[in-house]
Write a protein that binds this ligand. Structure first.
Ligand SMILES: Nc1ncnc2c1ncn2[C@@H]1O[C@H](COP(=O)(O)OP(=O)(O)OP(=O)(O)O)[C@@H](O)[C@H]1O
Ligand SMILES: [Mg+2]
Length: 350
C-alpha cells in the first residue's frame, strides 16, 4: 500500500467491516470525479449503460427511488458526451408553479402576460448545443406534456406569446421518482410522451438492493465530512454496521449521506454504536440473528420488536410480489384475509 493510501485510510476513520485497501483506492473508481460511488453489480451495470448512452444523442430517462443519484448521473452523461463544452441546464418540473413552467422552459416575449416586460429566453434556448435535464418530469401538467412531446419529436417550440418557431439543438435527459407506467394507466401521464421518453431507460438501484455498497458509502462520506469539518470522523462499530447494512434506507444515498454528516459533527473522533442509531433503524431487521445486536443495555420491548419484525416481513413480501396480496400471503404462509388484517393493523398503505 502506498504512503498516500495509508494516509487517506487514517484520515477516513476505519469502519470495521470495510477492508482498508478498498477505501484507500476509492478515488480511482471510474465515476469518482462526479462523486458517484458504487461497486455492486447493479451499479457497475448502470455505469456501463451510462458510458454507452453518452456517445449518442438519444433521450434518456432516469428512474429510481428518491436519493438514488438520478441528478448526478444526468450530469455525468452530459459531461461524458460530445456536448460537454456546452451548457447543462436543469429544470425541476415539480418545483415550479405550472403557470411559470412554460415560460421557464420556452421563454416568453414582451407583453405575453402581466409582468412580462422584456423578452426572455427559456431553458431550451439557454442550453443550445448542450443538454436539458427535465427533473421530476412525472409532475408536469398535461398541457406541457404535449409541448415537450413536440420538442422531442420535432425539436421545435414557440416562446410564450410568440409566433416565432425556435429550433432546439438539445439533448434531453429526464428523471422521475414516480412509476410513470402507473401514471399512464391512471391517465396522469400521456402515453405517447411515455413511449417517446423511454428510448433508453436507466433504473438506478435502491440502496437496499446493493447492500455491499453501504460500508463503502459510509466510509466515503465519513471521510468527506471529516475533511470538511477538520475533524477525525468516528469509527463505526461492527454491530452498528450490521444494522446499517440491514436497514431499508427509504431515502437511499441522500439519507445515508445526511446521517454521516450528523455523525461527524456529533461523534467526531469517537465510536458510533447501535445505541446511537435512531429507533427506526433498529426496527427493519430481516435477519433473525439480530437479537444480540438489537438488545441494548436497557433491554428491548419484546412486543414492539416482534411487531416491527412482522411488519418488515409483510412489507418485504408485498415488495417482492408488487403488492399482489394473494401472492404475498402465500410467501408468508398465511391466508389472504389474515394478511389483509395485518396490513390494516400495521397501517401499511397499498
Ligand atoms: N452513488 C452515489 N455515490 C455518492 N453519492 C451519491 C450517490 N447517489 C447519490 N448520491 C448523493 O446523494 C444525494 C442525492 O442524489 P440525487 O439528488 O442525484 O438523487 P435523486 O435520485 O435525483 O433524488 P430525488 O428523486 O429525490 O431528486 C446527492 O447529494 C448525491 O450527491
Ligand atoms: Mg433529483
Amino acid at each position: 500500500m502506498t504512503q498516500a493510501a495509508a494516509e487517506k485510510m487514517t484520515e477516513i476513520g476505519q469502519p470495521l467491516e470495510t477492508p482498508l485497501h478498498v477505501i484507500a483506492d476509492i478515488d480511482t473508481d471510474p465515476f469518482f470525479s462526479w462523486g458517484i460511488i458504487g461497486r455492486a453489480r447493479a451499479m457497475t451495470a448502470v455505469f456501463d449503460l451510462v458510458r454507452k448512452v453518452s456517445v449518442s444523442d438519444a433521450t434518456v430517462i432516469l428512474t429510481g427511488e428518491t436519493g438514488t443519484g438520478k441528478g448526478i448521473i444526468a450530469k455525468a452523461i452530459h459531461d461524458l458526451s460530445g456536448r460537454s463544452d456546452k451548457p447543462f441546464v436543469t429544470i425541476n418540473c415539480g418545483a415550479i408553479p405550472e403557470h411559470l413552467l412554460e415560460s421557464e422552459l420556452f421563454g416568453h416575449v414582451r407583453g405575453a402576460f402581466t409582468g412580462a416586460t422584456v423578452n426572455k429566453d427559456g431553458k431550451f434556448e439557454m442550453a443550445n448545443g448542450g443538454t436539458v435535464f427535465l427533473d421530476e418530469i412525472g409532475d408536469m401538467s398535461p398541457d406541457l406534456q404535449v409541448k415537450i412531446l413536440r420538442v422531442l419529436e420535432e425539436r421545435e417550440f414557440e416562446p410564450v406569446g410568440g409566433t416565432r418557431t425556435v429550433r432546439a439543438d438539445v439533448r434531453i435527459i429526464a428523471a422521475t421518482h414516480r412509476d410513470l407506467e402507473d401514471s399512464v394507466q391512471k391517465g396522469r401521464f400521456r402515453q405517447d410522451l411515455y413511449y417517446r421518453l423511454f428510448v433508453i431507460p436507466i433504473l438506478l438501484p435502491s440502496l437496499k438492493d446493493r447492500p455491499s455498497d453501504i460500508p463503502l458509502l459510509i466510509a466515503h462520506f465519513l471521510g468527506l465530512f471529516g475533511r470538511r469539518n477538520h475533524t477525525r470522523p468516528p469509527v463505526v462499530s461492527e454491530s452498528t454496521m450490521t444494522l446499517l447494512k440491514d436497514y431499508a434506507w427509504p431515502g437511499n444515498v441522500r439519507e445515508l449521506k445526511n446521517l454521516m454528516e450528523r455523525w461527524v459533527v456529533l461523534h467526531g473522533d469517537g465510536t458510533v454504536t447501535p445505541a446511537d442509531l435512531p429507533p427506526s433503524m433498529h426496527g427493519s431487521s430481516h435477519n433473525p440473528a439480530m437479537p444480540n445486536v438489537l438488545m441494548g443495555k436497557d433491554g428491548i420491548c419484546l412486543n414492539t420488536a416482534v411487531s416491527a419484525f412482522e411488519k418488515a416481513l409483510i412489507m418485504e413480501s408485498l415488495r417482492k410480489t408488487n403488492g399482489i396480496k394473494n401472492q404475498a400471503a402465500k410467501l408468508l404462509h398465511l391466508n389472504r384475509t389474515t394478511l389483509v388484517e395485518k396490513i390494516k393493523r400495521h397501517q401499511l398503505r397499498d
